[in-house]
Design a protein around this ligand. Structure first.
Ligand code: C2O
Length: 342
């Protein structure tokens, strides 16, 4: 059977890697609404973060939206604090599985990774649109898969902006080139070599190593299964490496981006995941990838608060087509690794 949506009333404090715990439980409500795909609505086009650096109108909206989220009371499920806690609860043992109270729900290291984060960003984006009164507002994606995007997007590094987060690696500020295989040490490689390595990594993870569903999506994970059956290629590299690369190594758990409970406190998290999500779209639209047909995947469920503070129950099936969710990725951004066959 598929993993069912958690029962929010059973939420327990989440565990940090250092052994301490943190309460990330969301507000509870007795009314749960089953999500229905919208019939129509404006299409949101997610732009590359590098491309909006010189678009004052877009930037003003984005900063304003995050500022408004930050200003909401901490118990408003749409607040930036609560949005960050969504990740904390779903990823650090906040929810027991319904019917298997000794097993936790873990959306990483398994086939729920892509759909969970797609839904998470979907609601985050809708909340932003609602707060600024613009239903066409779309999150930017950090296009770390192309040379032009292989550093922290500058829009996140202005210390006076709502997009800034103080807990990041000071040695990895732009224009420091991103290492998609980063493993906690900075090795000395010249930029041209690094770019080549990064592109080769992208090709491997998206094409040569993505020869079956398990390798791309991650291992099956159904009700009653132990968590962490195994991550897909992209989740492992570069997704995890980028989290580590951004987080502050002087913090106890590599906060913010370097550990689950705090990763989504950093606004760059959502742009990072927007590009992870874009990789899923590219896999299907450009590389002939298909959806998993197993109903334990298709019918797996999650809960999220929407832009009206309603608690919505969603499933994997409804996440498969971004157009049905009302968004697409800017197609004019180059994908150079598509022909970086090593
Ligand atoms: Cu839920 Cu990037 O991790």
């Amino acid at each position: 059977a598929p993993i069912s949506a958690p029962d929010l009333t059973t939420c327990v404090p989440a565990s940090k890697p250092d052994g301490s715990t943190i309460d990330c439980c969301p507000p509870t409500t007795t009314t749960i609404i089953d999500f229905e795909l919208p019939d129509s609505g404006p299409l949101r086009t997610r732009p590359a973060a590098q491309d909006v650096a010189n678009d004052p109108e877009y930037l003003a909206k984005y900063k304003n939206a995050v500022e408004m989220m930050r200003a909401l009371p901490d118990d408003d499920p749409r607040s930036h604090a609560q949005q960050a806690m969504v990740h904390c609860s779903y990823c650090d043992g906040g929810y027991p599985q319904v019917g298997y109270s000794d097993l936790e729900i873990q959306v990483h290291f398994c086939w729920l990774f892509f759909p969970f984060h797609r839904w998470y960003l979907y609601f985050y984006e809708k909340i932003m649109g609602e707060l600024i009164g613009d239903q066409t507002f779309a999150l930017p994606f950090w296009n770390w898969d192309a040379p032009a995007g292989m550093y922290i997007p500058e829009i996140f590094t202005d210390t006076t902006s709502s997009l800034y987060d103080q807990y990041r690696n000071t040695a990895h500020q732009p224009p420091k080139l991103l290492d998609l295989n980063y493993g906690r040490t900075d090795d000395d490689v010249d930029d041209a070599t690094r770019i080549k390595e990064n592109l080769t990594t992208m090709y491997k993870q998206m094409v040569s190593n993505a020869t079956c569903h398990r390798l791309f999506y991650g291992e099956p994970y159904s009700a009653g299964d132990e968590p962490d059956p195994g991550a897909g290629n992209i989740e492992t590299t570069p997704h995890n490496n980028i989290h580590l690369w951004v987080g502050d190594p002087t913090q106890p758990n590599g906060e913010d981006m370097g550990t689950f409970y705090s990763a989504a406190r950093d606004p760059v998290f959502y742009s990072h995941h927007s590009n992870v999500d874009r990789m899923w779209s590219i896999y299907k639209d450009k590389l002939g990838g298909t959806d998993i047909e197993n109903t334990d995947w298709l019918d797996a469920e999650f809960l999220f608060y929407d832009e009206k503070k309603n608690l919505m129950r969603v499933n994997v099936r409804d996440s498969l087509d971004t157009k049905k969710l009302g968004y697409v990725y800017d197609e004019n951004v180059s994908i150079p690794w598509l022909d970086s066959k090593p």
